[in-house]
Design a protein around this ligand. Structure first.
Ligand code: IMP
Length: 426
């Protein structure tokens, strides 16, 4: 029987989704990206060798799997080909496996310049974006003036549309942000240089997915970023510009929501955030520094240090609701190995009152105080454990407690970065 699974980041991104997608691709026919762009950074480790992916689905290291990029992804052609060439240098076959929706919005050099100029002009109030141009690319798309991958196939139409865009964005760059314009000719020749290598990979991803479904193949949908970075449902305005929650699978691929079976929310055993925005359980002490250093908490895309804090149950329950999660995958449990006491946030207090749930109002979220439950650590290594019964009793109690506090089963536990450092429970 086929099974269509979605893997979503349940927190603020960087939960270790790429590794789990790679681990789960063994039995699927296709892995599909449906939102975001090259702001994502998915790190895979196989037999000790590390690969970082930004745009290409995390199934690419397996043979005989279609890797699909759905219409919800904003596509930088230069970033895409840089990634393809890096993989090819490692003898990974990419072009025959990768199919890209002709409806993907194209991310242009204007978007990168605008993202940088805006973040700079916001100063201390900046969002802390990855400066990859993601927000401005989505803006052009919803404003219905953007270019899409299919436009490459019609060079005259593309040239006219790009001329309009160049006029529009260059005015803003030069006269509002006072930064250099990007000549239209430069942008056009950059785009056209990718026409030939792109053409064989352009596909009707919606139709390919319908075909897989007719053949009862199993599919895996790979989310990028995390639920709390969703532009509608996250901690706005400190969010990315796409929908990162499971509802985006349907709009970002054309695969209808009723065809989905399992929705797995990936959560770290603690929590991290990159960029600005509220973070109730953030640690500003030695424990936070220890989590950052043991967890290697530096952005896979930007290299920026990640902020670290304790696992947050109200946030997780919120994420379960937003995504209709059927299961949780808990990653990086080994990072907690040396802690004598582990804390978990079980509620929030605001103005002397306990809140019933994760607040929708960011001002309340910023002002609330976490209520913690403490548990004893296990003080031994869980690194690389592959069977639940080989975990120390306190680690199993910690996982059981997370399950009962969150209300959904844990189906996977990740005990290290390698594909094999994984416990499958369900
Ligand atoms: P943007 O997506 O570059 O516009 O950045 C908006 C916010 O999303 C910033 O706080 C980024 O740090 C965050 N962000 C974007 N991509 C990722 C990711 O892959 N992991 C974690 N945070 C991300």
């Amino acid at each position: 029987m086929s099974n269509n699974t979605v893997i979503i980041g349940a927190q603020w991104g960087d939960e270790g989704k790429g590794k789990l997608v790679d681990a789960l691709t063994e039995n699927v026919a296709a892995v599909v990206r449906f939102q975001g762009g090259h702001n994502a950074g998915h790190t895979l480790k196989i037999a000790g060798k590390k690969t970082v992916l930004h745009l290409i689905p995390s199934g690419i290291l397996r043979d005989n799997i279609d890797c699909l990029i759905g219409n919800g992804v904003v596509l930088s052609l230069s970033a895409l080909f840089e990634e393809i060439e890096t993989l090819e240098q490692d003898n990974v076959e990419v072009r025959s496996k990768l199919k890209i929706s002709g409806s993907c919005p194209l991310l242009l050099p204007y978007h990168v310049a605008l993202d940088n100029a805006r973040e700079h002009s916001l100063g201390t109030k900046s969002i802390g974006t990855t400066k990859r141009g993601i927000g401005p690319a989505y803006e052009d798309h919803v404003a219905r003036r953007g270019l899409r991958v299919n436009d490459l196939l019609y060079p005259d139409i593309l040239a006219n549309k790009l001329a309009e865009l160049a006029r529009y964005h260059n005015f803003q760059l030069e006269h509002f942000y006072k930064v250099p314009a990007i000549p239209y000719e430069e942008a056009l020749s950059m785009l056209m240089s990718y026409l030939e290598p792109m053409t064989p990979m352009i596909a009707d991803v919606m139709a390919l997915l319908a075909d897989h479904r007719n053949k009862q193949h199993s599919l895996l949908f790979e989310g990028a970023q995390g639920a709390l970075l969703d532009v509608n449902l996250g901690t706005y305005p400190y969010v990315t510009s796409s929908n990162t929650t499971s509802g985006a699978v349907a709009t970002g691929t054309g695969f209808g929501p009723k065809y989905l079976d399992d929705i797995i929310g990936v959560a770290k055993a603690y929590i991290t955030r990159v960029g600005s925005g509220p973070f109730p359980t953030e640690l500003h002490d030695d424990t936070g520094l220890m989590l950052a250093s043991r967890g290697g908490e530096f952005g896979a895309t930007t290299g920026r240090p990640r902020r670290c804090g304790w696992f947050d149950v109200p946030l997780m329950r919120h994420s379960i609701q937003l995504n209709s999660l059927t299961h949780m995958a808990v990653t990086k449990i080994d990072v907690l190995d040396e802690l004598e006491t582990i804390k978990v946030c079980v509620g929030y207090e605001h103005n002397g009152k306990q809140l019933p749930c994760f607040p929708a109002d960011i001002n309340i979220l910023e002002a609330c105080t976490p209520i913690y439950e403490s548990m004893p650590g296990w003080l031994c290594s869980t690194m690389g454990v592959t069977c639940i019964k080989d975990l120390p009793a306190n680690a199993r109690s910690f996982l059981n407690r997370l399950e009962s506090l969150c209300g959904i089963p844990i189906s996977i536990v990740s005990t290290g970065p390698d594909r094999i450092h994984t416990i499958f429970l369900d």
